[in-house]
Design a protein around this ligand. Structure first.
Ligand SMILES: Cc1ncc(COP(=O)(O)O)c(C=O)c1O
Length: 349
């Protein structure tokens, strides 16, 4: 791989205690181009603007996919990734659905490794600190013909991150008017357009005092699916419930990890459909103990309450919250503090 290191690092201008999410980028990026029917010219170069034609199909038809993952630094200075194999699999699953050529595993992993080595000083120690990694592919072909492209760019960029929503009350709105995804659609993929389509409904929800939306099924809006960038868990009595994965829900890596961690703690975790009426009745009876979201950006995020048809429902703040325990257990794995689930750790070397 061709590696060109930047002559001057931007790092000394960055206040790592005051990081806006996703606005500051590390010194380097990985780039690779698809042409002649294969991925070519893998390279690490200084982070910079790219040259692209205004007719590139990505601008017109949104043929683009991405991933979100994090690198952590252990106390003994190892750079750790959390289950990157899962991100790689999901990347290619998303690509396939969007008719984008899949990325070979060696290109994905050598790109990641070399980039993280080049930018390792951007990964700070301490729980809560991480380098958020954004691999993505765009259709770069100069053509506005409405079909899949013959040329693409695969890139990886990185932004230093703190925990999202730290110390904020989180309220979520159960959405009945708009849909995030439909059966047979692209909801299971990290297709860029899925996120663009959420911006307007989320903006409306934010104006009503919510941080995120709980998406429901697009047919009847009664089955709970997931939140904007998180999968959801509901603790009703002793059961910890999360919706089963289907083609309108993203198969979250944090979700599947939390299921396994919960099982190892002896919790009664179950993947089954949960309806809005069950949520309302369990709230009414006091059996709803807790709701939390899971995702790379937030790890595990306790939710304070939810809104449904002009009413707001506070989740009993006094009921004990296992989400705190789950978050600690997850982070201990991510930062290499514990030996359990060490098979999920990937050391950059
Ligand atoms: C729609 C959606 N659901 C769930 C998640 C959580 O997935 P993961 O745990 O793999 O980050 C994300 C974030 O990536 C997301 O964008």
């Amino acid at each position: 791989m061709n590696i060109t290191l930047s002559k001057k690092s931007k790092i000394k201008n960055v206040d790592f205690n005051n990081l806006p999410f996703g606005k500051i980028f590390s010194d380097h990026m990985f780039v690779c181009d698809y042409f002649n029917g294969k991925w070519n010219d893998e390279r690490i170069i200084p982070y910079s603007d790219i040259k692209i034609s205004p007719s590139a199909r990505v601008f017109h038809y949104g043929q683009a996919i991405f991933e979100g993952m994090k690198a952590f630094k252990s106390n003994d200075d190892n750079i750790l990734l959390f289950r990157p194999d899962e991100n790689f699999k999901r990347f290619n699953l998303s690509s396939k659905r969007l008719a984008i050529p899949e990325i070979p595993k060696n290109i994905f992993f050598s790109g990641l490794n070399e980039l993280l080595k080049a930018d390792q000083k951007w990964i700070k120690k301490g729980i809560g600190n991480s380098l958020y990694i954004r691999p993505f592919v765009i259709a770069s072909e100069e053509s506005i013909n409405a079909s899949e492209a013959d040329f693409y760019k695969f890139m990886i960029i990185c932004t230093p991150a703190k925990s999202y929503y730290e110390n904020q009350e989180i309220w979520v709105k159960i959405e009945e008017r708009y849909s995030r995804a439909a059966k047979g659609g692209v909801g299971f993929a990290k297709a860029s357009g899925n996120y663009a389509a959420q911006f307007y409904p989320t903006k409306v929800a934010k104006n009503e005092g919510f941080q995120q939306i709980i998406w429901t099924d697009s047919n009847y809006h009664d089955k709970i699916e997931e939140a904007g960038t998180m999968n959801l868990f509901f603790r009703i009595n002793k059961e910890l419930i999360t919706s089963p994965i289907n083609d309108s829900i993203l198969d979250g890596i944090t979700r599947k990890s939390i299921i396994d961690i919960s099982k190892s703690m002896g919790l009664d975790v179950i993947e089954r459909e949960i309806t809005v009426s069950e949520l309302l009745s369990s709230h009414e009876s006091g059996e709803l103990k807790e709701i939390f979201g899971t995702g790379t950006a937030v790890a595990v995020l306790p939710i304070n309450g939810f809104g449904y048809r002009d009413k707001k429902f506070l989740i009993n703040p006094k009921s004990n919250k296992i989400s705190i325990d789950l978050k600690n257990k997850l982070q201990n794995i991510q930062y290499g503090i514990t030996e359990s689930f060490s098979e999920w750790q990937y050391k950059v070397s």
